[in-house]
Ligand binder design. Structure first.
Ligand code: IMP
Length: 424
């Protein structure tokens, strides 16, 4: 496992955290490479439930260095809140536990404000963003007017950068959107103490990663969001503002593609989506309610109910191609128990692959008999009910990649391992 990337194959929230947790003990480093605190994963630390948005999932494995790579947009307020939550649970983070790239972009108060105001102004055309300032921060990165972590931790440079940028930001906030202006002193005084706390963690993370590669150590790259939220390949414009496909692991961390040896796609046994945008297999009926309530499908970042629907094999086949998946982990299979019939979208009318505009596409379904048995105690494929085995086999046949790991519950042990990559 020299370099393994874990990505979401659908619209996010596929359960990447659990798979990262299985793979992390073997890795010297767990690296986040895109997105920001729009992502979220729940960890249980010393009996306390903690939702982490920026700290990589590997943090609970002592001896594993967590790296926040250059491709991430970092909100200092949020990451330090996570430091505090972990400290309260007895896990005090040092620079031996977590490092942050000096090249990562910083989410500033105006990014959060503009995200909120823009969404409000879009009205019925809103994207349904998480409102965390992710899009405005990536916009500034591309416009080459961003502030990077290296700037944040240099007080003079930070003040000069804020002072140069603020007039334009304030014009946008006040004149375009009728919001309240920000003051230089307020921004600097809010961020200065946070920068002090972050400074010891700031590194040239590219150099650290290459040291590990040269030493033959294993790296695990933890993707955020999902393939169809990718800014290029997703359901544009209802997408996030970064590349979420596996290839982004390279640019977002500073390693070349030849470092990557395994690409693991996480696929839920059904489909969910938060926020607006096309979702052809969505079920706005009792099936959707079943999936939402049994699967506890509520956003870990915003608490919003997730939209729920059937498994889309055409979407997954495309995901296999876009990410170059070598493995698939199938999650939340247990949630389907109790549905008399399980449906699979096998393709779209009039299309060989995935239609360009999913908003007007007509899904074609195959129905299979469901099962009533509780799967949460199953530990091998053979223990699954016959109809459930047939469902998984049909998915594999349609998608073209075997499910090397099947998750049947949130607990670490509630896992069926079929591929040696996933042996803990
Ligand atoms: P943004 O990333 O906050 O700009 O939101 C853009 C779109 O991506 C919205 O539909 C969000 O709901 C969605 N999104 C962002 N992060 C996640 C995630 O981690 N899981 C699921 N959806 C997400």
């Amino acid at each position: 496992m020299a370099g393994t990337v874990v990505v979401g194959t659908q619209w996010g929230d596929e359960g990447k955290g659990k798979v990262v947790d299985v793979l992390a003990p073997r890795a010297a480093m767990v690296v986040r490479y895109q997105g920001g605190n729009n992502a979220g994963h729940t960890l249980v630390v010393a009996g306390h439930k903690t939702v982490l948005h920026l700290v990589p999932s590997g943090i609970l494995h002592p001896g594993t260095l967590c790296v926040v790579g250059n491709g991430v947009v970092l909100d200092p307020v949020v990451i330090l809140r996570e430091f505090d939550a972990l400290a309260a649970a007895g896990r005090h983070l040092t620079p031996e536990d977590l490092v942050i790239s000096s090249r990562a972009q910083v989410i500033l108060p105006w990014h959060r404000e503009l995200d909120r105001l823009r969404e409000q102004a879009r009205g019925g055309d809103a994207i349904g963003t998480t409102g965390k300032g992710i899009g405005p921060c990536y916009e500034d990165k591309a416009a080459r007017r961003g502030i990077r972590v290296g700037d944040l931790v240099d007080p003079e440079r930070f003040r000069a950068r804020v002072s140069a940028l603020l007039p334009e930001k304030n014009r946008m906030i006040t004149e375009w959107f009728g919001g309240e202006p920000l003051t230089l002193d307020r921004v600097v005084s809010e961020l200065a103490p946070l920068a002090e706390r972050l400074r010891p963690h700031v590194r040239d993370t590219v150099a650290l990663l290459h040291q590990a590669v040269r030493g033959g150590q294993e790296l695990l790259f933890e993707g955020a969001q999902g393939t169809f939220l990718d800014i290029d390949h997703g359901t544009y414009p209802f997408v996030t503002s970064s590349n979420t496909v596996a290839g982004a692991a390279c640019a977002g961390s500073g390693v070349g593609p030849s470092v990557l040896t395994h690409v693991v796609g996480i696929a839920k046994a059904y489909t969910t989506r938060v926020g607006w945008g096309p979702f052809p297999t969505e079920c706005e009926d009792a099936v959707g309610d079943h999936l939402r309530s049994v699967g506890q499908e509520y956003g870990s970042t915003t608490g919003r109910p997730r939209r729920c629907g059937w498994f889309d094999a055409a979407l997954l086949r495309t995901s296999v191609m876009l990410n170059g998946l070598t493995h698939i982990a199938l999650t939340k299979l247990d949630v389907l128990s109790g549905l008399p019939t399980v449906r699979i979208c096998v393709g779209y009318r009039g299309h060989v692959g995935l239609p360009d505009d999913l908003g007007v596409a007509e899904p074609l379904y195959e129905d299979m008999p469901g099962w009533v048995e509780d799967l949460t105690g199953c530990r091998s494929f053979d223990e699954l009910p016959a109809t459930c085995q047939a469902y998984v086999k049909r998915l594999e046949q349609l998608v073209g990649v075997e499910a090397g790991l099947i998750s049947v519950g949130p607990g670490r042990a509630q896992t069926i391992v079929r591929d040696p990559l996933f042996l803990g």
